[in-house]
Write a protein that binds this ligand. Structure first.
Ligand SMILES: NC(=O)c1ccc[n+]([C@@H]2O[C@H](COP(=O)([O-])OP(=O)(O)OC[C@H]3O[C@@H](n4cnc5c(N)ncnc54)[C@H](OP(=O)(O)O)[C@@H]3O)[C@@H](O)[C@H]2O)c1
Length: 325
């Protein structure tokens, strides 16, 4: 098959679409012909050599895809060759084929394109596990979602809004802020133009949960904003990974700080996350209340341009690579 291979030895680590061996698949796995894959910020870090795949995972980039099943492992039941599916991957998405544990598959709704399917798994499952399982976000609570226009942000805003929460968000341009409002954010703040702490404290007495991908730069502000028993979930460190904390402030307000990754979790945990996500939200995807947000679609041969678009923070929602029709 063909796949995108990072040319590690060449300056700039260019992405080349070239021949690689086909993936093998185990008895509890299916083999999939990939039609579309989606970019994630982690792909940029992996390409740069800063985010190696977990042990046993493919070293090909790509944490999610949509396609059709072409072969079933001996122990797989409930799926047929030809079924249209999408799934989370620990790697291997920028390719023509991939193997996936059958229990991790999500069925593509009939009227969905493969591009829509590819845009769903990583960001919706990340938003779901961190808001509802790690932070135990409840209806009626207020949540602050940083990076509101990111892939994860666009998923998190929609899920929290549908769950009956008051949603505050930050983003870096007026267009992004306007889009976050359309997705259901009650308050969206352009953090380049306004102090988000002051703005939030003018609207509310703080927030119950924060989904944070900025890290050190926002730590002081985030802690200031959390109400009694507030929860802060770190999912990335785009603004630095080291900071000082005044532990007394955590104690006094009984705050909880939570760190979380999805990719390195065991398959059984990912299956549980997928099942709980589907039980709570799948109907809303089928009736169109929730949907993945697609920023742009690139032919896979233009993966380089797709990466540049993400690197420049230009996307609202997901950037897709089209692998085949
Ligand atoms: N822990 C996990 O399991 C997990 C899983 C998935 C993703 N993530 C993380 O979640 C984040 C979002 O992922 P994604 O793929 O959805 O990203 P994305 O679509 O590339 O969006 C990231 C956005 O973050 C904003 N940003 C960049 N640097 C920033 C900084 N220093 N301070 C504030 N905002 C900044 C930019 O938007 P603005 O114009 O608004 O600044 C950028 O467009 C990434 O950091 C990713 O690594 C973590």
């Amino acid at each position: 098959m063909k796949a995108i291979v990072v040319q590690q030895e060449v300056e700039g680590r260019p992405l080349l679409w070239q021949d690689v061996p086909d993936p093998a698949f185990g008895p509890d796995e299916v083999l999939i012909n990939i039609h579309a894959a989606a970019l994630n910020r982690a792909d940029l870090a992996q390409r740069a050599g800063n985010y190696p795949p977990p042990p046993g995972a493919s070293d090909i980039l790509g944490l999610e895809m949509a396609g059709t099943i072409t072969a079933l492992g001996a122990e797989v039941s409930g799926w047929q060759v030809g079924d249209r599916v999408c799934a989370l991957l620990p790697g291997g998405g920028y390719a023509e084929k991939v193997n996936v544990p059958a229990q991790l598959l999500l069925p593509l709704p009939e009227d969905w394109s493969f591009e829509q399917g590819a845009a769903l798994p990583e960001v919706f499952l990340t938003a779901y596990v961190n808001l509802f399982m790690e932070a135990d976000l409840q209806a009626g609570e207020t949540v602050l979602i940083h990076g509101g226009a990111s892939g994860v942000g666009t998923a998190a805003i929609q899920l929290a809004h549908q769950a009956g929460c008051r949603v505050f968000t930050t983003a870096g341009t007026d267009d992004k802020v306007a889009y976050c409002r359309q997705l259901g954010a009650d308050l969206a703040i352009n953090y380049r133009e306004e102090d988000f702490v002051e703005r939030i404290l003018a609207e509310a007495d703080g927030v119950d949960v924060i989904l944070d991908m900025v890290g050190a730069n926002y730590l002081e502000s985030n802690i200031r904003l959390l109400k009694l028993r507030g929860r802060l979930v770190f999912i990335a460190t785009m603004g630095g990974g080291r900071a000082e904390i005044d532990i007394w402030r955590l104690m006094g307000r009984r705050l909880r700080l939570i760190g979380s990754v999805l990719r390195a979790r065991p398959v059984a945990e990912k299956i549980e996350i997928k099942e709980r996500f589907m039980a709570q939200f799948w109907k809303k995807f089928l009736d169109g209340t929730l949907s993945p947000i697609i920023d742009s679609v690139y032919p896979v041969a233009q993966a380089e341009q797709a990466h540049a678009h993400m690197q420049q923070n230009q996307n609202i929602g997901k950037i897709i690579l089209k692998i085949r029709d």
